[in-house]
Design a protein around this ligand. Structure first.
Ligand code: FAQ
Length: 329
């Protein structure tokens, strides 16, 4: 499964936590408890390596697939200034994928293996990018609220235990905060515009609300990995805590713009301090993350096409001695 194991300890490959040397595990966990970072050359339990590889890889795939729904709006963005800004944002997202693939590679899985697992449908990526951006307002809602959700998650996790991932997240968050401002500006423009513009942005919010609620992952009671990831300070908050933090910050901002959350049950319970809402459809979530969403097929076929058509660039970069002639189509 792992093609390039030269930089990592291969002795513990595939081991369950109970099969690891307890003294090494204790030392590793003490380091994490003391707030120290784990670096690629450090000993780590196989399960930590496996979990981090899974999570960082899925995150990298999300960034690269995440460029697609908004990317389709570059040529149609209203005005030159917005075209430029959107182009820069989309370019940033692809750059985030590069940073994250590099961070995941430090754990031993090669980039080629990760890309193959993505285009063959083996790896997951964020549910939200399997929905279409039908109007310009959809692209505004993505840039504002999906980026906002991503920041809530990533600022928290950037304080985590694995050095390369945390450093990548820190840099990514700086750029995401520009994206969020850009998205907010677009939503404000539409929400304070003509009745048609207001209707357009409200309809986009209605379409995106459920995917956004899904974005933070299944409720804690259904989450498979949270317990282990929290124990090792990879996740510093649970899925429900992240969702609550997002609602706390963004529901007031959405209401401020006169927009309606498409969930009549949404309210803050002042006694518990928690937001109450209608549980989103988790069967739909499972279908979408397992390949059966509105755009899964389209997203992966675009990536397959890019991979196929870009092969000659990779060959040319990797083998500078040879001269390559770009294919015409
Ligand atoms: N989508 O046990 P848990 C962005 C899967 S970046 C798809 O709770 P965990 C930037 C999960 O993998 C967005 N699958 O999992 C941008 C697992 O399946 P597995 C991406 C999901 O890991 C903005 C199963 O469900 N961000 O948006 C999702 O503890 C605008 C059970 O779930 C990250 O990747 C989902 N939403 O918690 C780009 C951040 N949720 O692997 C362009 C890093 C869960 O067993 C435009 N990741 N699953 O087959 C994380 O923080 C965590 O992995 C969670 C999930 C919170 C996503």
């Amino acid at each position: 499964m792992y093609g390039n194991l030269s930089v990592i300890d291969i002795d513990n490959q595939g081991k369950k936590l109970e099969q690891e040397d307890p003294a090494k595990v204790a030392e590793f966990e003490a380091k994490i408890a003391a707030g120290k970072k784990i670096e690629p050359q450090d000993w780590m339990p196989w399960e930590y390596r496996r979990q981090l590889t899974r999570m960082i890889e899925q995150h990298a795939h999300s960034e690269i697939i995440g460029a697609l729904p908004e990317g389709t709006w570059i040529t149609r963005a209203p005005g030159f200034r917005r075209k430029l800004a959107l182009m820069a944002k989309v370019q940033d997202e692809v750059g985030h994928a590069q940073l994250l693939y590099s961070a995941a590679e430090t754990l031993g899985k090669t980039r080629e293996e990760m890309v193959n697992d993505l285009i063959n449908g083996k790896s997951k990526y964020s549910n939200v990018f399997n929905y279409p951006a039908i109007t310009w307002a959809d692209s505004a809602i993505i840039a504002w609220l999906i980026d906002a959700g991503a920041i809530v998650n990533q600022v928290t996790n950037s304080k985590g235990s694995y050095g390369p991932y945390c450093r990548a997240l820190e840099r990514i968050c700086y750029e995401e905060s520009f994206h969020l401002k850009y998205g907010h500006d677009n939503v404000v423009h539409l929400a304070t515009g003509t009745p048609t513009q207001r209707q357009m942005v409200q309809e986009a919010l209605n379409r995106w609300w459920e995917p956004i609620m899904h974005f933070f992952g299944p409720p804690d009671k259904m989450s498979v990995h949270t317990e282990k990831l929290e124990r090792w300070k990879v996740k510093l908050a649970s899925n429900d805590q992240m969702r609550q933090a997002f609602l706390d910050m963004y529901i007031p901002k959405i209401w401020e713009l006169g927009l309606t959350i498409p969930d009549p049950a949404m309210r803050k319970n002042n006694d518990t301090g928690r937001w109450e809402y209608t549980e989103p459809d988790w069967d739909e979530f499972k279908r979408v993350i397992n390949g059966d969403g509105p755009c899964n097929e389209e997203r992966l076929s675009v990536r397959r096409y890019a991979e196929e058509k870009g092969k000659w660039v990779k060959r040319a970069l990797l083998n500078k001695q040879e001269r390559y002639v770009a294919p015409l189509a």
